[in-house]
Each structure stands twice: as structure tokens, then as C-alpha cells.
Ligand binder design. Structure first.
Ligand code: PLP
Length: 409
């Protein structure tokens, strides 16, 4: 007898990242020579989970109330302003009045709330064809579906034409468009859009929405603070949202897990931006309802760590310095991996920066099994193998490409 409700019978966590990550972790505990290139967290060169000292100090400076008391459902005003000022930086004064924040458990909460409130039942979100798989589960949970746009064109750059075609289809079929862009440091490829590609996206949104069609961009910015171009480049692209018309809404999914390495604390935010004030009021109202029904209120501990680390001068400057060093470590690891890949003829998908490098592969499950025999743990997904460079050392980055090349042949 099956006791599950009809829609729950097929529920199975298909994102093998957590499961395979757990296996790799267990294996590494037994044998430290195991290479664990699975889960998206930052590790130091000695294989220890990386924590920002400034963030840890911020945590240790909190009072009992700041750590353990219940928070309000949308989160505190201080947290809202901290997120706005961190994400908008030099554009804060220009953009703050057209923005609203809702605190969520990680970026995942932000994604889930956004799907819930901007698609009707059975509507489809547009997702990039290479993606973080959990988008699909969030959508299923909300009784919604998805279609994909091709992330890359033949030249290996952002496929604006395919995105446009898919947006027009969504508009025709459901009278609204919700699409996801995961940028910079896209998971799993590490692709990062150029300024010009962002301009094309803004133009496209304005064009598709000019007849009053609602166009919602869900900007998954989990890895925003690890971009090669640094704060000035990523924030200049965010400032482009000021060019959007009143029928457009952007919801940025901010992740405290990635920016502050607060993975287990579960803090993040939806940061909405629109010229349409009514849309912003609706955003606060509907998302507060969703948050209350799903997790009741966010982590006060997480919010207050963010407030301290992102705004208090005592911690902010050293946090930014540490973040800069962490991004540079990632860049060094990527350079080593890519140069070895080139010399042994291992192909990778277009990469710029970030936690992951992805290898096209016709049988990733087989390659995964072969690599496990060599004590190397990666993530097989669709038709690629994902290598998490944030979790392995420079030495391991040097050794891996040849082994992967052998395993996929
Ligand atoms: N988006 C992407 C692309 C991710 O890789 C992740 C986590 O790995 C998330 C969102 C959500 O992370 P969190 O909920 O921990 O903020």
C-alpha cells in the first residue's frame, strides 16, 4: 500500500550532489589521499573547510538575543539594508528605493519563494540547459514545470537567440515569462557573461515586456563574490537593471552560504528590483506569506552575522580582503587545472571563474565509477562531469586532468 499522495510518489532527490558528496566525505575520512571534488564549499590547501576569520569574529561578537531569538518573517531592516548595500555597492543610493528584501534560508529559499509567487500552477520556468539541478525540484514542489534554453551558441558564448525564442514561447503559452540566469561563475560550467551579453538580456526583457507582458528574471547570484572581474564588474552589470521598464522585475537570489561561507547556517535573501512600486509591495506581501508557511522565519544568527560582517567597519574591510584572497586561490587552482587540461587534450566547457569546471562526457556515470577506483570523486550530471575546484588543492588540480582524460576515453 502506498501512503504517499499522488504527486509525491515520484519524489526522489535526483540531485546526486549531496549523496555523492556524502560518499566522498566518508571515503576521505577513511583514507585522506581520496580527492573529494564533489560539494560546492571552499576548502583550504590543506583540505580543511575554509572559514573567513572576520565572519567568525563577527559571529563571536553577537549577543545571546542576536544569536538565538526568533526573527521576524521577512527579516530585520538592518539585514535588508546590509544585503542592498552589499549587492549594490556604489549604486546603492541610486537603486535602494526601487528594491525590497526578504530574508530566506540560503539562496535555495530565495529560489523556491520566487518560483512559488511568479508562476501559476503548471507554468514553466526557463532554465539554462546546464544548471544546478535543484531548480527542477523547487519547481516540482510548487506544481510547476520547466523548459530549457541553450546556454551556449556555436561560438561558446551566451546564446541570446535561443533565450529569446524560448521567452517568446513562454509569452505565447502562459502570458508571462520567468527565466533563470546563474551568473557570474555559473554552476556547473564557470561561464561568466560579458557586459555586452548583460546589455542584450536587458534589451530583450524590455522588448518582450513592452506590451505589458510580465517578465521576471530570477538572477541566481550565488557565486557573485568570486568573479574574476571583482566587485566593480559584477556591480556594474547589476546597475544595468535601472534600464528595465515597469513591466519587468528582477529577483536576485543572494546566498550567505557562498558569499560568507555560512553554508550550514542557512541564510540568504531575495532581493527584488523594479521601477514598479506596486510590484515591490506585492513582492513583500506574497513572499512574506510564503516564508511564513514554509520556514516561519529566517535564521537570526545568520542575519546578524551578515549585518556585522557586511556593514560594521570593524569586520567589513578584513572580510573583503579575505574574500579577495579566497577568489585568487580559486583563480590559481583554475589556471593550473586548465593548463594541465590543455596539455593533455582534455576538453572543458567555456569557463571564466568560480567553484566548478565541467567536462563534456558521453558516459559520465562510467567515468565517475572509473575515477572512484582511482580515489577521485567528482559529480556526473547529464552529459558532463563536474569537478569542484573549490574543494581541492592546487596539487590535486594539477594531477586530475590526465586521470579524467583517461577515465572518459
Ligand atoms: N544556486 C547555485 C547555482 C548553487 O550552486 C547553490 C548551492 O550550491 C545555490 C543556489 C543555493 O545555495 P544555498 O541555498 O546554500 O545558498
Amino acid at each position: 500500500m502506498i501512503l504517499l499522495a499522488k504527486r509525491s510518489i515520484i519524489k526522489e532527490d535526483k540531485s546526486n550532489i549531496i549523496t555523492l558528496g556524502q560518499i566522498a566525505k566518508e571515503e576521505k575520512k577513511k583514507d585522506p589521499s581520496v580527492v573529494n571534488a564533489t560539494i560546492g564549499m571552499l576548502y583550504d590547501e590543506k583540505g580543511k573547510l575554509f572559514a573567513f576569520e572576520s565572519v567568525d569574529k563577527a559571529l563571536n561578537s553577537l549577543t545571546i538575543d542576536e544569536k538565538y531569538a526568533y526573527a521576524s518573517t521577512p527579516g530585520s531592516n538592518q539585514f535588508h539594508e546590509a544585503v542592498k548595500s552589499w549587492v549594490f555597492r556604489e549604486y546603492y543610493d541610486l537603486m535602494k528605493d526601487n528594491a525590497r528584501v526578504m530574508a530566506t534560508p540560503g539562496g535555495t529559499g530565495a529560489l523556491s519563494n520566487t518560483f512559488a509567487n511568479y508562476l501559476n500552477e503548471d507554468d514553466k520556468a526557463l532554465l539554462p540547459n546546464y544548471m544546478w539541478g535543484n531548480y527542477k525540484q523547487c519547481l516540482y514542489e510548487n506544481h510547476q514545470g520547466f523548459d530549457t534554453y541553450k546556454l551556449f551558441n556555436d561560438k561558446g558564448t551566451f546564446n541570446i537567440e535561443d533565450l529569446k525564442n524560448k521567452m517568446l514561447e513562454s509569452k505565447k503559452n502562459q502570458g508571462r515569462v520567468l527565466f533563470v540566469i546563474n551568473d557570474p561563475c555559473h554552476n556547473p560550467t564557470g561561464y561568466t557573461m560579458t557586459d555586452n551579453e548583460w546589455d542584450m538580456v536587458i534589451d530583450l526583457m524590455n522588448e518582450i515586456s513592452k506590451d505589458n507582458t510580465p517578465v521576471i528574471l530570477l538572477h541566481d547570484m550565488a557565486y557573485i563574490d568570486y568573479a574574476k572581474g571583482g566587485f566593480s564588474k559584477t556591480r556594474a552589470n547589476i546597475a544595468k537593471y535601472q534600464r528595465l521598464n515597469e513591466n519587468c522585475l528582477v529577483i536576485m537570489a543572494f546566498s550567505g552560504s557562498k558569499t560568507l561561507a555560512l553554508y550550514g547556517v542557512r541564510i540568504g535573501a531575495q532581493l527584488a528590483y523594479s521601477k514598479n512600486k506596486e510590484a515591490l509591495d506585492e513582492f513583500s506581501r506574497a513572499n512574506k506569506f510564503s516564508s511564513r508557511s514554509k520556514w516561519s522565519n529566517p535564521s537570526n544568527l545568520g542575519m546578524n552575522i551578515c549585518v556585522k560582517a557586511l556593514t560594521n567597519p570593524e569586520f567589513k574591510k578584513s572580510f573583503e580582503d579575505e574574500l579577495y584572497k579566497a577568489s585568487n586561490t580559486l583563480i590559481e587552482r583554475a589556471n593550473i587545472f586548465l593548463s594541465e587540461a590543455k596539455s593533455c587534450g582534455l576538453e572543458t566547457l567555456p569557463f571564466e571563474c568560480g567553484f566548478f569546471i565541467t567536462i563534456p562526457c558521453s558516459n559520465p556515470d562510467l567515468a565517475y565509477e572509473r575515477l572512484v577506483k582511482e580515489k577521485i570523486h567528482t559529480i556526473p550530471m547529464g552529459n558532463v562531469l563536474r569537478v569542484t575546484i573549490s574543494a581541492i588543492s592546487k596539487e590535486e588540480c594539477k594531477m586530475l586532468p590526465k586521470k579524467i582524460k583517461l577515465a572518459i576515453e
